[in-house]
Design a protein around this ligand. Structure first.
Ligand SMILES: [Zn+2]
Length: 716
């Protein structure tokens, strides 16, 4: 493949050694947003306009549920919590069972008996061999005990064998393997036929396309496509860099990604898949005799399997296992919103059978969401390094999911008006996907008459410049590049481990040096004198000396890091890495034409052209070069072999070198060798039998080389 792969080490792109087709895809640039229509649902029209009348309520409920289904399934968005949605459905079921039947309410079939429909335009609809049912849900321990009791009653047995699995919070899929080959992948759709997402599913790096010999003639494997916590965090970090709004929920992201028409986009998002169920099974050998045996078979077929499974026999044991899982859920590494409890024995499953909607031998227990309410004290504005203004909720500190939260991002002005947030309100705070705390709504019943609407300021809190919000854009920006708020953030970014890695200079020192006009650009870091640090920054002589040494050392920063460190709006790490693979040094890159830059990402290219349209930014480059910050592209053709400032982790057994020799080689090329994989790792060299470090590197998106590739990199 004819592209420079060297910049991978910086871009922390996906595992190069696993799937060659995949690298080509991941090298393209920043993750672009998929647009969610702001108001995707149909308007509700009431046939009977009195919503308190049972018939009116029934119609209203059906329309409301249909609207949420549409939002959720077709637009991968949601403006209601799962609990609220499920309570609408429960109410509808109850009304349909007990209430009057309306002769004028249009379709008479029950909404709750249908499974919703995730069909999306642009995807072919294909029938499932066996219907893909959803699960009944339990919200309380007594719901769960009642279910177990019912199963015990109908089987006449008390000590049943139960399997408890975590409930993955993603999008359900069904994969058909015929004669051992992956034939197609479908979403649930309406349960009878689903959308053909084979092309997108094929981009999943952990999914084998074939089953080993001895698999049945045809098998439908049911599972879930989801995004794990590390990838979710990585994608949001990239979006933050590129100045794009963050993804709020991993499930919506997984669902939206799987329904993206451009498979290259899907590959970049790095979705995961797991299998836990069966649909059709044709031919020999016989179907697994239990759920446990199915899990073992999934593993034996090298398919991603559920790792955290508990067995239980009594209702007490089941409840105990579910509670334990609930406690562990934030540490599992993937998003989960509950537990699935299944009868282990396949014969017993068949005997219990299924209703039109759900099997009678399994139930999903939904965890209480990590939701608390607290008072919104104030909304402040945070100025980002590229000028993006983020409103932040200042809250009465409250504990949620084990951490104390006092602030939460409100993303943008739109999010505040949409929720009608007022200062002094009691707001609900949730941990979206168990990671980022998020204000999800207002407790209107607690609204005090003194609560005041928030008026989004017109001016930047740091420089008082008029804020800019382009039509149709959610983002508000401070347009003043020399805004001191932005400058502080840019310098904080520049000294961070991701860029120049200058230790001993934190936000407070940066703030005082900026205020004292000692730092006007990042280049001024290289002009700092010891007496300035001691006088303006109030730093001790020893610390000043050490800091200056660190600053001096940072001149070795690599080209991609430096480009990324310039904080150009719309330019993230990926774009920087791509350019660094093609341009020999900083001035060559800075003088490149739009055409030369836009090979892969025209948006980022435009951003650079705009950036250098301002003379002071050209001066910045000249200053950096003059001050000795002049990284050459070590990996540029002709200069292959340098690992300057690259942190490498070795794992597994190498054949031609001992560990010590490999370490020596890497250090001779300017790299560091670290013992454990972290987000500061640039490169992992995996020898034979590489284990958890390799897995960790993969989950963090760190480039992995094998021994030969390392030798090549070192110019052997
Ligand atoms: Zn400003």
């Amino acid at each position: 493949m004819a592209f420079p792969r060297s910049f991978n080490s910086f871009a922390k792109n996906r595992v190069a050694t696993l799937a060659p087709f995949f690298i080509a895809l991941t090298l393209s640039l920043t993750v672009s947003a998929f647009a969610l229509p702001e108001h995707a649902g149909a308007e509700i029209t009431l046939v009977n306009s009195n919503p308190t009348h049972p018939v009116g309520r029934l119609i209203l409920l059906r329309a409301e549920i249909a609207r949420h289904d549409d939002l959720y399934f077709r637009h991968n968005a949601s403006d209601i919590s799962d609990e609220a949605y499920d309570s609408l459905k429960r109410e509808l079921t109850q009304l349909e069972q007990t209430g009057p039947q309306s002769g004028t309410s249009g379709p008479t079939e029950s909404t709750t008996a249908s499974l919703g429909n995730d069909h999306t335009e642009g995807f072919a609809s294909v029938a499932h061999r066996q219907p893909m049912l959803s699960l009944k849900k339990a919200y309380t321990e007594s719901d769960l005990r009642a279910f177990i009791h019912r199963v015990e009653q109908s089987t006449g047995r008390h000590e049943l064998s139960w399997v408890i699995e975590p409930k993955f919070d993603g999008i359900a899929v069904s994969l058909t393997y015929e004669n051992g080959r992956l034939l197609r992948a479908l979403t649930r759709g309406d349960g009878k036929q689903g959308d053909d997402v084979t092309k997108n599913v094929l981009t999943l790096p952990t999914l084998p396309r074939t089953l080993p010999q001895g698999s049945p003639k045809l098998v439908e494997l049911r599972g879930e496509v989801f995004i794990n916590d590390a990838d979710f965090a990585r994608l949001n970090a990239q979006r933050e860099e590129a100045g794009e709004p963050l993804f709020a929920h991993p499930r919506n992201l997984a669902a939206g990604t799987l329904k993206t028409l451009d498979s290259r986009e899907v590959a970049k998002r790095h979705l995961s898949i797991v299998f836990y169920g069966l649909g059709a099974w044709e031919g020999i050998p016989a179907k697994p005799a239990s759920q446990q045996a199915l899990h073992a078979l999934i593993k034996a077929w090298n398919l991603p399997a559920v790792d955290t499974i508990t067995m239980a026999q009594t209702a007490d044991e089941v409840c105990g296992a579910v509670i334990r899982l609930g406690r562990q859920r934030t540490a599992l590494g993937f998003p989960t919103d509950g537990a699935v409890i299944k009868i282990n024995d396949t014969n017993l499953q068949q005997q219990l059978g299924a209703s039109a909607e759900a099997p009678r031998w399994a139930i999903a227990y939904k965890f209480q969401p990590g939701r608390v309410s607290t008072r919104l004290r104030a909304i402040t504005l945070q100025v980002g390094r590229t000028g993006i203004i983020t409103p932040v909720a200042e809250l009465d500190p409250v504990e949620i999911g084990g951490t104390t939260i006092g602030r939460a991002s409100l993303y943008n002005a739109e999010a505040i008006t949409r929720r009608d947030l007022r200062i002094g309100d009691w707001v609900f705070l949730e941990k979206a996907g168990e990671i980022i705390p998020r204000v999800t709504g207002v407790d209107i019943s607690h609204r005090s008459p003194t609560a005041v609407p928030f008026i989004f300021p017109q001016t930047c809190p740091a420089c008082a410049a008029q804020l800019v919000r382009n039509e149709g854009e959610a983002i508000t920006r401070c347009p003043q590049r020399d805004c001191l708020g932005q400058l502080r953030r840019r310098i904080e970014h520049y000294v961070s481990p991701e860029v120049a890695c200058i230790k001993g200079i934190g936000p407070a020192l940066i703030a005082s040096l900026v205020a004292g006009q000692r730092l006007k650009t990042v280049a001024d870091l290289y002009r700092l004198r010891r007496d300035e640090l001691m006088n303006t920054g109030n730093v001790s002589e020893v610390n000043a000396q050490q800091l200056l040494a660190q600053i001096e050392q940072s001149k070795n920063t690599s080209l991609p890091r430096l480009i990324y460190g310039l904080s150009i709006p719309g330019v993230g790490r990926t774009a920087a890495a791509e350019w660094a693979g093609r341009f020999v040094d900083l001035p060559h890159w800075a003088e490149a034409t739009r055409e030369e830059l836009s090979k892969r990402d025209s948006v980022a290219a435009d951003a650079v052209i705009l950036f250098f349209g301002r003379p002071e930014n050209r001066t910045l480059i000249d200053d950096l070069v003059m001050l000795g910050v002049h990284p050459k592209n070590g990996n540029h053709p002709g200069k292959i072999g340098k690992l300057t400032n690259i942190t490498v982790v070795l794992t597994g057994t190498l054949h031609s070198w001992t560990r010590a020799e490999a370490k020596q080689q890497i250090e001779a090329a300017g790299g560091h060798v670290a013992d454990s994989v972290s987000r500061h790792t640039d490169l992992v060299v995996a020898g034979e039998g590489a284990g958890s470090k390799l897995a960790e590197a993969q989950s963090l998106g760190i480039e992995v080389l094998n021994e030969n590739e390392l030798r090549k990199r070192l110019r052997y």
